[in-house]
Design a protein around this ligand. Structure first.
Ligand SMILES: [Zn+2]
Length: 452
């Protein structure tokens, strides 16, 4: 939260994710009065950045939420989905409580609460400065992370200061990568006096994204040769669209056979529609691809089917030919992916392809760690399918690019505040930046305040 000239502006309003017992109170109770905020600025739609907005509104926030138009659209469907998960979760706990004679629990927020956020979104164009509160001008620039993602440039002119010099605080949001499918590259910071910067992968450089595409090609080719199916648990927003794009390119150029591809997750299907509705976010390569008009649409090609209904999803079980199924959730903990795993995990012709980091104690993690047996819906299954993992598909900057990002501020920056990463990456990145001559780096604690 920023306090500028007596106004209060919140950057992001994310959800702590994890077990209910660990996170519920932390999400429920804000350490400030939401009714006294003047504005909220949202960098992108991922739930760890947007997911507590329904609760903020429920607790009395009544101002604008400034964000890109694509982020507003994506956040709408993601918040409704999140609310649905909260409701199911509360129902499950209440049901368990009832058996023990304990009272029912409330969801953090409901679908109705989430639907009330939409009216607060105030879409802002990229690169168009907007005065948000007196003396605070905000400009969104491309972050190259997911559709609509932005870095937030905050130009601040303090009331009554003797020298009316503007100060610039640069908030990185989540920093994407160069050459990700569909999206423009991240804009490097310029003229920043202070920077709040993410450091998720501050301790490791990423592989070239092309290596990940090479691995994807190899996995599909050998599975199809065995007559098997490739089952991919993937996050519905971002990763699914990247995979669809990569598979389309590989098929188009004949590098993989033209087998059917199914995207089987209602959220992923809706998110893909929103991607297509925002061509203003696409990079030049994708724009050209659309202009050539050789294809039905971006994120749509002849072999690709988006399945919406449960019946369509179930019908896939009966089909025997090689195919690729991309389904949510990304860590295989819930959603339709679990049905596909049940139906395919015991056949050695198939491949389960893990394409992102898997949190401890999730089904995805147990698969990635090559457990021989796993539990799904309370039943034990032998893992006879091949399990393959592809790294390097991350939508976050690796250490190299984080260093380059910070170095872009070197001439002007007075201090960099590292956020969004665990302690190890923050320390590793701090050491790297000090080697490059950037001395003033802080890794603030929760609830710490700083005067700039
Ligand atoms: Zn993100």
């Amino acid at each position: 939260m920023l306090e500028v000239n007596g106004s209060r502006v919140l950057l992001e309003c994310g959800l702590y994710q994890g077990r209910r017992g660990d996170t519920f109170q932390r999400n429920k109770n804000f350490p400030f009065d939401p009714a006294k905020l003047d504005a909220v600025i949202l960098s992108h739609a991922h739930i760890d950045h947007s997911g507590n907005l329904p609760n903020l509104v429920k607790c009395g926030y009544n101002g604008p939420i400034l964000t890109s138009s694509a982020t507003a659209h994506l956040a709408n469907i993601m918040l409704l989905d999140s609310a649905h998960v909260q409701e199911m979760d509360a129902e499950y706990v209440s049901h368990r409580n009832a058996k023990k004679g304990l009272p029912p629990v409330e969801p953090l927020y409901t679908v109705t609460d989430a639907s009330l956020v939409a009216q607060h979104f105030d879409p802002v164009d990229y690169d168009e400065p907007v005065e948000v509160t007196p003396g605070l001008v905000v400009t969104l620039v491309d972050a190259g992370h997911i559709l609509g993602s932005s870095a937030v440039v905050l130009d601040i002119e303090e009331n009554g200061s003797e020298i009316r010099r503007k100060k610039r605080l640069w908030f990185s949001g989540d920093i994407g990568r160069r050459d990700l499918p569909l999206l423009r590259d991240p804009v490097l910071p310029r003229q920043a006096d202070w920077m709040i910067m993410e450091c998720t992968y501050g301790d490791k450089p990423h592989n070239d994204p092309q290596l990940a595409v090479d691995e994807l090609r190899a996995v599909v080719n050998r599975t199809v040769k065995r007559g098997g199916k490739v089952i991919i648990p993937a996050f519905a927003v971002g990763r699914t669209q990247d995979l669809v794009y990569d598979l389309h390119m590989l098929m188009e150029s004949g590098q993989i056979p033209a087998v059917p591809v199914f995207v089987d997750s209602p959220l992923a299907v809706n998110a893909s529609d929103i991607y297509r509705a925002h061509p203003e976010c696409f990079d030049e390569e994708t724009q050209k691809f659309i202009a050539q008009d050789k294809h039905r649409a971006v994120l749509g090609f002849d072999r690709l089917t988006y399945t919406r209904s449960v019946e369509e999803s179930k019908a896939l079980n009966g089909r025997r030919e090689p195919m690729i199924i991309i389904s949510a959730a990304g860590m295989a903990e819930n959603g339709r992916i679990r049905h596909h795993l049940v139906n395919n995990i015991e056949n050695p012709a198939n491949t389960i392809l893990i394409v992102s980091w898997q949190a401890p104690e999730t089904l995805g993690r147990r698969l990635a760690e090559r457990n021989k047996r796993v539990m799904i819906f309370g039943e034990s299954y032998e893992v006879r399918a091949e399990v393959a993992t592809i790294g390097g598909l991350s939508a976050h900057a690796g250490q190299d690019f984080l260093v380059e990002y910070a170095e872009a501020t070197q001439a002007t920056v007075r201090e960099i505040f590292l956020v969004h990463g665990e302690q190890n990456p923050a320390q590793a990145l701090t050491a790297k930046l000090r080697e490059k001559g950037i001395e003033k780096i802080a890794y603030p604690d929760l609830h710490e305040s700083v005067e700039i």
